[in-house]
Write a protein that binds this ligand. Structure first.
Ligand code: HEM
Length: 411
């Protein structure tokens, strides 16, 4: 298959549902592939790691949006993302990332471990209740979404009663991250952006008046102490980013991981027998079926990516999902193998934008899988599994499971 046909297929509904054959086809064309003057695709593991660290390749932030999509540049949904740290370049990115990292520390994440365990156990109790008569329960709605949203909201200080409200809003907002995105979706994304911005504006006002021991209060303090170096708008954009990135992706780590285990009962048993292997399983879930399959950069002045010339203004698609299956880096890349040595997938990106929440996502993953399997020894897949029609943020829409197929099982 030629490279252009493979990329077109990847962007089609079929490719979104199963991108892996197209990644394999792209690997035949080398680590970096020039499709046209406008598009270059990176699939090689080493090349992609270098591209993420290349300062000549810039984030697709305000400047890029104004050049490529001037009609939508001022839409609230577009502004919200393009002004967040995820899409900002230096010097702004380094400044905001440093300020946020001052309060979103490794210590704060580590201190969250007991809360993650408590929330996991509470949700498992609820799952047990719902599935006690043998009827299937949707793992995505009742656990995979519920745990990460509760954890990030606990960290930020978002009250419990508001948490269920975020799921459809963030799904609408995050649709912008897909490579094929029609302006039809923009109305829904704008409505979501306005609601989320209003919500956080009110929460910031509350925490400014009465600070608590939470991340929103800590960031409000950073804004005030650092004398305007974190503006109100930057604070809001990055609070919404933390919320969205905090659960949208981790939800899919939990769903994609459980689906893999249910499809391979031997692996499920092995992990149940040795819960200390949970971290290695999480790394292999991330490699094999990454919740974030791709990101993109552009080259305002042009670039040379591993010997391939990108003309000025060209876009560079970085397919992490493909790099994680690079046969030059991973032996038998299409085999799920949690025991593979030196397993370092690129699922959290790399370089200056390396995922700020990687430690939190890993903590949630290993806590959830360890406790879930122990709690439900007879858990099985049930009918009706559906994938979301998305490539960038890959996951399931629903994943029904039967928890207590044998009498009293799972209780
Ligand atoms: C399995 C779960 C997760 C995956 C696969 C993931 C993946 C990623 C990736 C690939 C990037 C870099 C994108 C790029 O360079 O263009 C990123 C950035 C980011 N992630 Fe995550 N993420 C996850 C969980 C989280 C969590 C739990 C948080 C929590 C707060 C979070 C917050 C962020 C933030 C703030 C950034 C932007 C960092 C920057 O631009 O400097 N992520 N994530």
């Amino acid at each position: 298959m030629d490279a252009l046909a493979a990329v077109e297929a990847l962007l089609s509904p079929e490719g979104r549902s199963d991108p892996f054959p197209y990644y394999a086809a792209l690997h035949e064309h080398g680590p970096v592939i020039s499709l046209s003057d406008s598009y270059t695709v990176v699939v090689g593991y080493d090349a992609l790691g270098r591209a993420l660290r290349d300062p000549v390749l810039r984030e697709e932030g305000v400047e890029w949006v104004q050049l490529r999509w001037p009609d939508v540049a001022d839409h609230p949904a577009v502004r919200l993302f393009s002004d967040s740290m995820l899409f900002s370049g230096d010097p702004g990115h380094a400044r905001v990332r440093r300020l946020v990292s001052k309060v979103f520390t490794a210590r704060r994440v580590a201190e969250l471990a007991p809360a993650v365990e408590r929330l996991t156990d509470r949700l498992l109790d609820r799952l047990a209740e719902l599935g006690s008569d043998g009827s299937p329960v949707d793992f995505m709605a009742k656990f995979a979404y519920a745990l990460p949203v509760s954890v990030i909201c606990e960290l930020l200080g978002v009250p419990e009663q508001d948490r269920l409200w975020f799921r459809p809003l963030v799904a609408d907002l995050a649709a912008q991250l897909e490579p094929v995105y029609s302006t039809e979706h923009l109305a829904a994304a704008d409505a979501a952006a306005v609601s989320l911005l209003d919500y956080f504006t009110a929460l910031v006002a509350e925490r400014s008046a009465e600070p608590r021991d939470d991340l929103v209060s800590a960031l409000v303090q950073v804004r005030d102490e650092d004398d305007g170096r974190l503006s109100d708008w930057e604070l809001l954009c990055n609070l919404v980013l933390l919320l969205a990135a905090g659960f949208e992706t981790t939800t899919n780590l939990l769903g994609n991981g459980l689906a893999l285990l249910l499809d391979q009962p031997g692996r499920c048993e092995a992990l149940r027998a040795d819960p200390s292997a949970a971290s290695a399983y999480v790394e292999e879930f991330l490699r094999f079926d990454s919740p974030v399959q791709l990101t993109a950069r552009w080259a305002p002045e042009g670039a040379v990516v591993d010997g391939v010339v990108v003309p000025p203004g060209g876009e560079v698609l970085l397919l992490m999902g493909a790099a994680n299956r690079d046969p030059a880096r991973f032996e038998r890349p299409d085999v799920f193998d949690p025991e593979r040595p030196a397993n370092q997938p690129l699922s959290f990106g790399g370089g200056p934008h390396f995922c700020l929440g990687a430690a939190l996502a890993r903590l949630e993953g290993r806590t959830a899988f360890g406790r879930l399997l122990e709690r439900f020894p007879r858990m099985e897949a049930a009918d009706g599994r559906t994938r979301r029609d998305r490539l960038t943020l890959r996951g399931y829409a629903s994943l029904p499971v039967a928890l207590a197929s044998a009498a009293g099982g799972g209780q």
